[in-house]
Design a protein around this ligand. Structure first.
Ligand SMILES: [Zn+2]
Length: 333
């Protein structure tokens, strides 16, 4: 079935039908959401999971975007949203979430080579303490542990013998952890790392970017934005906790980079939704100009800049082309 589906997609793409349909849609842009680009994705799969693009695929995707689409900066897309400034057809904005060191070491040289501007949303506590966002730490602990069982907060015992048992226990832990922020979150993770005797931070301290690397991104014309302090699900936090995540991350990045931080990205761990009218209002009051979500779709003139949709880039060049052409043709992807 998969091959028939692929054949059908290829045939439709080759026919130009979607491209033709897209020409009749209103002015719009696609914001693509990346996380990590690695030379050897298998090396970090127990921590980062499925969010890694291989370097050759990422390079091929950027080459295609530079050739067949119009990569633009987030700031230019904002001018379109606010003032109706015209955009080239098939405009695409590149974004990265979380702040992995590979964004600077692997992705940036490729972006610069093809003159593709990007926005990098970083989790400030992870930058400052050299530790990956909590989903990676929990995934690593549940995948690598040699302990046979785990007892959750409701005293339920989970066996950890088979991979699917481990995955189920990991997902339960995520549902709890995503509602925590700051020190409460850190204590929750530490308890699990100790109980499972598996700690990602013991293995590596080089997964995240540092402030020097962030400064270099901005020197090359890229944008740095906030992805909170501690990567919680903002919709599930108390009001003061959510405000702290928005305000502290903005203030610390501004102090370190010497520039105004205007852009925010909502973490999307575990539970749904991952943003709310309240968090949108909070971000506006605190001075953010845009916020991106993981809701799927294009951005169009008149959208609220503080809760913008994005598209998944997929893990293949043709898959990315399909998602873009479908979206520009007005189809849901
Ligand atoms: Zn994230």
């Amino acid at each position: 079935m998969a091959s028939l589906r692929d054949w059908t997609k290829k045939t439709i793409l080759a026919s130009g039908v979607l491209r033709f349909a897209g020409d009749f849609q209103g002015s719009s842009a696609a914001i693509l959401m990346y996380h990590s680009v690695l030379k050897d994705p298998a090396r970090e799969s127990d921590s980062l999971g499925g969010i890694i693009h291989s370097e050759p695929i990422f390079r091929a995707q950027m080459e295609m975007l530079a050739r067949d689409y119009h990569p633009i900066s987030l700031d230019r897309a904002v001018k379109h949203l606010r003032n109706g400034e015209d955009l080239p057809r098939r405009s695409v904005v590149i974004t990265f979430d979380d702040g992995y060191a590979d964004n600077h070491e692997v992705a940036m040289p490729i972006l610069n080579q093809f003159a593709v501007p990007a926005t990098f949303y970083v989790t400030v506590d992870c930058v400052e303490n050299k530790r990956p966002p909590w989903p990676s730490r929990l995934r690593f602990a549940f995948r690598r542990t040699k302990v046979a069982s785990w007892i959750d907060a409701s005293a339920k015992s989970w066996t950890l013998t088979a991979p699917e048992n481990r995955e189920n226990a990991f997902l339960v832990a995520c549902d709890s952890c995503c509602q925590l922020s700051g020190t409460a979150q850190e204590e929750f993770i530490r308890r699990i790392e100790q109980a499972l005797q598996a700690c990602l931070s013991d293995q590596t301290d080089s997964l995240m970017m540092n402030y020097d690397q962030l400064r270099e991104l901005t020197r090359h014309g890229h944008i740095v934005g906030s992805h909170t302090m501690t990567h919680p699900n903002m919709a599930y936090l108390k009001e003061d906790e959510a405000r702290r995540e928005l305000a502290d991350s903005k203030q610390r990045l501004e102090a370190q980079l010497g520039a105004s931080i205007k852009h925010f990205s909502y973490p999307c761990p575990a539970l749904s939704p991952h943003w709310s009218e309240r968090t949108v209002e909070q971000s506006r009051v605190l001075g953010y100009e845009t916020g991106v979500t993981t809701n799927s779709g294009l951005i169009r003139r008149g959208d609220n800049p503080l809760c913008l949709k994005r598209l998944h880039p997929t893990k293949t060049v043709e898959g990315l082309r399909w998602n873009l052409e479908s979206a520009f043709a007005g189809r849901t992807v």
